[in-house]
Design a protein around this ligand. Sequence first.
Ligand code: AFP
Length: 323
Amino acid sequence: MRRLAPVLRQDGADADLISLIKTILAACKEISFRVGQGALSGVLGSTLDENIQGETQKKLDVLANELLKDMILETGLVMAISSEEEESTVAGNPNGQFLVTFDPLDGSSNTDINSLIGTIFSILPAPKNADPADPAIFLQPGTAQIAAGYVLYGPSTMLALTTGKGTRLYTLDKTYGGFLLTQEEVAIPGVTAEFAVNMSNQRHWEAPMQAYINDLLLGKAGPRGKNYNMRWIAAMVGDVHRILCRGGIFAYPRDLKDPNKPDKLRLMYEANPMSMLVEQAGGASSTGYQRIMEIQPVDIHQRVAVILGSRHEVDSCLNYHKA
Ligand code: AFP
């Protein structure tokens, strides 16, 4: 089996990018170890604090954030980092050529029930001669991403990674301590009969999403002419991983429950990296009205509606939004 570095070299990644990715993964291996220890590690449960999103922080969120932040900044390769758990960006080396934005622990409500969680990351180019302390350096569309990936802490620890040459899956070999290539080229089937959405929000969605899901629920007797199955992991990494493995559509649509927070998922460290992984695997990703990776960000913690997965199913959903 092939190790990560030679595969990245073959894909044209330079030594600095490989070194940065390996550092991110070194932090993820440490997180994987702590997660694997479960209650024995003493890091389950909540802190007394809230993050910038107003959500209770889990101890593991804080630990994962500190590990990633410190290790990435120590490389000297990075001008600044931005994290779900940091109110603003954190400056690094003014001459660093990369920016890294990450969700240290996605699906953190799953930590206490020994269920799927993961780390999502996105690597962007650092602008030349910019102020490392200025958050505006991160406001680049997803199309500018140099690399994107996630590490899924499940029964095995897996890495999904793209540097723009397809999406590849690796599995952490805990005996040797490195990630080995286990799926060279992920290809999401274009057609699916599986959807993932939090149905409890259905009554708050916009009309096009209501109509689309209603038609899926009508099954064989409805306009789609086939029965659909539903899955919801409550961790985007888990749902996207399933879609990379066997297809499907994942949606966290706009929701009119709280007018101050119509969208849930974060553009910079959830939607953009996942969109790059999905598109590089032949899938599609949209807000319903716009390709996610073409959104010009206005804020590092910006939220967006997300509809992604099997290309033809995403197209069907988008047709409802055109009507
Ligand atoms: P947390 O990481 O804060 O737990 O949020 C996870 C998440 O952002 C995303 O990974 C899930 O798909 C979604 O929220 C789950 O949302 P529901 O709470 O509506 O199930």
